[in-house]
Design a protein around this ligand. Structure first.
Ligand SMILES: Cc1cc2nc3c(=O)[nH]c(=O)nc-3n(C[C@H](O)[C@H](O)[C@H](O)COP(=O)(O)O)c2cc1C
Length: 371
């Protein structure tokens, strides 16, 4: 019977357990996209408390594709040193660590660059209806190179690999989805819509070698599960070693789901992918996992390879220990105040407070001595 503390191969690297920290942006980097001590502490703490794989938040591959002016970056060599500090801090505790590399596309922030997309579609961009600019083929190749260059920087920073942000309506997802109406080699058939991501994967594999994890956080239902599995098949053939499944552009609220199950319909997309990719590549799921019991259920019933946790690990950096050892934990109450956008703190209010322009641990709210 599978247990959370069992090891798992991800690509050519051994992950010490089945718990992943999902990427969660903090928007704390400043215009230069540099890592600060805050980021290093934030990730090191989750690694210290046992998380097997840490996915560092959405990290911009190019300044004009950012989703916020203070998003973390890997678009120039000066940013490598800061990332080295994150990688070293997490490795000290035996965790694998990969940054999520990202280009906004339809999620680009208006202060950072133009709204870009595979096709000229009307899109609600940060509260305003806008026409997205259709990318030309030379522009597509330039952005693909930004992804490959960012992965090369990630490798020289000492990361174990990268995760491509291929869900949540950002550019790789835009290409794979139904909003792509191109008639050239980047649109139309499943293979053509996957081509943008596949060429990035192949470029990273060539530049970074076989030993480097290439994960895709991919969309599970755009517009159907079968279609998205078809896209992911292409990613795997191109060299992706790990599929981390989340939601995409298509609204899945009406997708049939048995509400008695201890996981929601977004997590169920990961279960469907696991069914298909069993024995081919490992698959993770995410969304709504708030208790150790849910993780045990998913693993003991062989429904998934890895479980990704976002809010659960924001609410309590030691949530992994609760899963592995049954220790007490602070449960995320899904208040959504950690979310991003106006009025959000980007960090769980149970743990952090803003003090003299700095995020500090809000220790009095916690019983745990080392958090
Ligand atoms: C504060 C915050 C920041 C997030 N940042 C990212 C991100 O950088 N990249 C990404 O793919 N998803 C991001 N997400 C989505 C999460 O990774 C995750 O998919 C979502 O929160 C659902 O999982 P959960 O129920 O475990 O929180 C973010 C979510 C939150 C709440």
């Amino acid at each position: 019977m599978s247990q959370p503390n069992q090891q798992r191969m991800i690509g050519n690297r051994l992950c010490k357990n089945r718990v992943t920290m999902a990427p969660t942006v903090k928007f704390n980097a400043g215009e230069d996209g540099q890592v600060t001590g805050f980021f290093v502490e934030h990730y090191a703490l989750r690694a210290k408390h046992g998380c097997g794989l840490i996915c560092v938040e959405a990290t911009a591959v190019s300044p004009e594709g950012r989703l916020s002016p203070d998003q973390l970056g890997l678009w120039n060599d000066e940013q490598i040193e800061g990332h080295r500090r994150i990688a070293e801090a997490c490795h000290r505790y035996g965790a694998l660590v990969i940054p999520q590399i990202h280009y906004g596309g339809l999620g680009t922030h208006p202060q950072c660059g133009p709204l870009t997309s595979p096709s000229a579609v009307i899109w609600n961009s940060w509260g305003q209806e806008k026409m997205a600019q259709e990318l030309t083929v030379p522009e597509i190749h330039r952005i693909q190179k930004c992804f490959v260059d960012a992965a090369v920087r990630a490798k020289s920073a000492g990361y174990d690999g990268v995760q491509l942000h291929g869900c949540h309506s950002y550019l790789i997802n835009d290409f794979a989805s139904e909003i792509n109406r191109r008639t050239d080699e980047y649109g139309g058939s499943t293979e053509n819509r996957a081509r943008f991501g596949c060429e990035i994967i192949a470029g990273i594999r060539e530049a970074c070698g076989e030993d480097f994890i290439i994960s895709v956080r991919t969309s599970g239902c755009d517009p159907t599960i079968e279609e998205s599995i078809g896209v992911a098949d292409c990613y795997v053939r191109a060299g992706c070693d790990f599929l981390q499944v989340s939601n995409g552009i298509h609204d899945i609220s009406a997708l049939p789901h048995d509400e008695r199950l201890p996981y929601n319909r977004i997590a169920a997309l990961g279960v469907a992918f696991h069914d298909h990719f069993k024995g081919i590549v490992p698959v993770s799921l995410v969304n709504g996992i708030r208790t150790p019991e849910q993780v045990h259920y998913l693993l003991e019933n062989d429904l998934i390879d890895m479980v990704d946790l976002a809010c659960g690990l924001l609410a309590d950096p030691a949530f992994t220990e609760a899963i592995l050892n049954g220790t007490p934990y602070v449960r995320c109450c899904s208040c959504k105040r950690c979310g991003w956008g106006p009025g959000h703190s980007h960090v769980c209010p149970a743990l952090m407070k803003r003090n003299d322009e700095q995020w500090v641990w809000n220790v009095p709210k916690l019983t745990r001595s080392d958090s």
